[in-house]
Design a protein around this ligand. Sequence first.
Ligand SMILES: [Zn+2]
Ligand SMILES: [Zn+2]
Length: 267
Amino acid sequence: MRELNCILDDIDVYQKRINGSAQTPKEIFTFQRELLAMQLAVLKEYPLSLPSKEEIVLRLKRDKRILSPKDFTEPLWTELLNVTKKIVEEQLPEAMRSEAFNKDDISAFIWQLSARPIVMSLRSQAEEIIRKWKDPNCPVCGGGATFNRIRVEGTRTLACSWCNAEWGFERFRCAFCGENDSDKFRHWILEGNIPYRIELCHTCRHYLKVLTEEKLPEEERDGRRPLWVEDIGTLFLDIAAEKAGFHRDGLLGLRAGKVEEAISLMS
Ligand SMILES: [Zn+2]
Ligand SMILES: [Zn+2]
């Protein structure tokens, strides 16, 4: 619960920072904030029972992810779905509607947004384990990375914008197909003094957005900028990468992922 309240603060801090930026429509953050606030109210009424540390270790060993169908307890899950569906129907900003959205995509999108407080709570329960994780996929949900951070000293961490998990990974390797040939796995350095770049893999055509901390003001180079909020605020990078012919597997929390993947977690 405390963890999720911090998440609302993350949005506020970010929104103040980018105030007036034409690249990130304000409505995106207003929507995300409103949604999380409503979901927090649901969690207050129907508290989530989190797995023990032992259970977490067991699940990771067995499934390579912590999230399990057991975490979708009733009536919490139904309530989260109802609240989320209502807000998406009434308030989803135009900037978040993908042209490719069809009926199935929307259901998966609502599913993902509804489950976000659950996966984020799981992440906070597994802090120590996540720090030691070295696989390309998220230890909490098992999905692919959605963001990257490169620290001033050159270390790289992958992040999942759904669970808010962040874990270490090799610097020069595609997190999707393992490519490490420097002709095929490249960084797209963008014009202007912005702290972002985009990793492009010419082998599997995945891209991954990067926050380069050396481009941040000195006092902010501490590895603490929340990447899930950075992800929401950098939709313009997704548009650029997609125009260049690259893709990502579902913009968790932003656009629909693969319906089958989402639903399979529940079966
Ligand atoms: Zn995840
Ligand atoms: Zn690749």
